[in-house]
Design a protein around this ligand. Structure first.
Ligand SMILES: NC(=O)c1ccc[n+]([C@@H]2O[C@H](COP(=O)([O-])OP(=O)(O)OC[C@H]3O[C@@H](n4cnc5c(N)ncnc54)[C@H](O)[C@@H]3O)[C@@H](O)[C@H]2O)c1
Ligand SMILES: [Zn+2]
Length: 411
């Protein structure tokens, strides 16, 4: 006689995302409070991004000094791993973190603290989530993209089989501590690249935020920290709201709205051997899917122009030559179009792509017309290289278009 037991329960997650400056200055109590509010005697293993340390050579010592003065138990000198996508490409780095967790007796009541860019945070998060089936992780993101997007969410991963984020976990962090000041030493491309995720959430969820980004595009491009502070904060807030309210925090359905522009972005990152940063690729992916939505007749021309103009004013490219490779053959692994299939495989279920009906207004579709995608790529390729001009004010963006070509919607 077959019998069935039904099981059902909920697990509630909550974590603070703090916005502060000079996190490891001994007078700043945020870090000590975050650790101490749970168990003052907890062990801490700190892993730091070598690319960050190159610009802040005193940071490992500052962490040690901070822990000493707040009586926090740092189990070893700060562990240093490379930053950037390369760290996610080589599984040895996962082992190195897990070896340290093992060697220093980091248990589920201890903390792994990762300080660095989104790539290192993804990797250390994956190592921490799989050690002892999950030890607590405090993320200290130090790039725009990680502060406003990747580190505030619930995903961890490394690359495998030549694909982005193929190995990974859904594991919310214990806390996220954003230090605004650290952003000042980013290379221009990392300062700017992370803004593409802000454009993404603005396009999907908040037209006013999009207008803010337009109005502050020049300030953002020229590294105004105050404008960046607002952009990071609002972007993080929109991401957090989405995760909390979408009803699918661990992405079990087919829909992944926050992956707007990402099917092409992930493929382009791989195609360029990661010479394109994630944020740079996302800008191109958004431009492509916006162009597709426009040519398909959904996204009004003015909105499309505003999107392209914003990226250009932010100094973010909307096209990469690799997009033209094998464009006529979607089955070719080096074709951008192959990225659609990989995206569907990664999610499972029905292909679901987020597009746009307007600024602040998404539309999900379940199929993409490959000819029209190819046409969208060629359309982006035909846009004249843009030189950011002082006259390109947000309010004029629609009238003083920098292009001579006009997209014609497909009927
Ligand atoms: N988990 C998620 O949900 C999620 C979401 C989006 C992106 N991501 C991942 O995030 C990664 C990209 O992260 P990223 O954009 O932060 O880039 P990154 O981690 O590759 O860092 C870029 C460079 O900046 C350096 N760096 C870090 N902090 C610095 C600082 N304060 N000053 C100077 N240099 C500094 C790094 O060493 C690196 O060389 C990708 O792997 C992407 O897949 C994950
Ligand atoms: Zn992204």
């Amino acid at each position: 006689m077959p019998r069935t037991l039904e099981q059902s329960f909920q697990v509630r997650f909550s974590y603070a995302v703090e916005f502060t400056s000079q996190l490891f200055d001994t007078s700043n109590s945020v870090f000590a409070r975050t650790v101490g509010r749970h168990q003052p005697a907890s062990k801490l293993l700190v892993v730091m991004d070598a690319g960050l340390i190159a610009h802040h050579p005193d940071l490992p010592t500052a962490v040690a000094h901070y822990c000493q003065s707040h009586q926090l138990h740092l189990v070893a000198p700060v562990m240093v791993l490379p930053g950037g996508e390369g760290v996610k490409q080589d599984p040895i780095h996962v082992s190195l973190v897990q070896d340290a967790v093992n060697a220093h007796g980091i248990d589920r009541h201890s903390f792994v603290v990762v300080v660095g860019g989104g790539a290192l945070i993804d990797l250390v998060g994956y190592a921490a989530a799989t050690a002892h089936r999950g030890v607590r992780l405090i993320r200290v993101p130090t790039t725009v993209l990680s502060q406003n997007d990747s580190a505030v969410g619930v995903k961890n991963s490394v690359n495998a089989y030549g694909k982005k984020n193929w190995l990974g976990t859904f594991a919310p962090p214990f806390a996220v501590l954003n230090d605004l000041q650290l952003l000042e030493t980013l290379e221009d491309r990392d300062w700017l690249g992370g803004l593409s995720e802000a454009v993404k959430v603005a396009l999907l969820k908040d037209g006013e935020f999009f207008a803010f980004l337009e109005a502050h595009a020049d300030a953002l491009r020229t590294r105004n920290l105050q404008s960046m502070e607002h952009a990071v904060y609002r972007c993080a807030e929109l991401h957090l709201n989405h995760i909390a309210t979408s009803g699918d925090a661990f992405e079990q359905g087919s829909s992944r709205p926050l992956d707007f522009g990402h099917w092409a972005a992930h493929k382009l990152e791989a195609l360029t051997d990661y010479s394109l940063r994630h944020g740079e690729a996302v800008a191109i992916g958004i431009a492509l899917d916006s162009t597709y939505a426009h040519l398909r007749g959904w996204l009004p021309e003015n909105d499309w122009r505003r999107i392209i103009a914003l990226f250009q004013r932010l100094g973010l490219a909307v096209f990469h030559p690799m997009m033209l490779h094998s464009l006529e053959d979607a089955s070719h692994p080096h074709s951008l179009l192959h990225g659609l299939q990989e995206f569907r495989e990664h999610l499972g279920g029905q292909l679901t792509i987020m597009l746009l009906d307007g600024i602040g207004q998404g539309r999900e579709v379940h199929e993409m017309d490959l000819d029209l995608v190819a046409r969208s790529v060629r359309h982006l390729a035909s846009l004249p290289p843009h030189s950011v001009s002082d006259s390109a004010q947000p309010t004029q963006a629609q009238e003083d278009s920098p292009w001579t070509t006009t997209a014609t919607p497909a009927r």
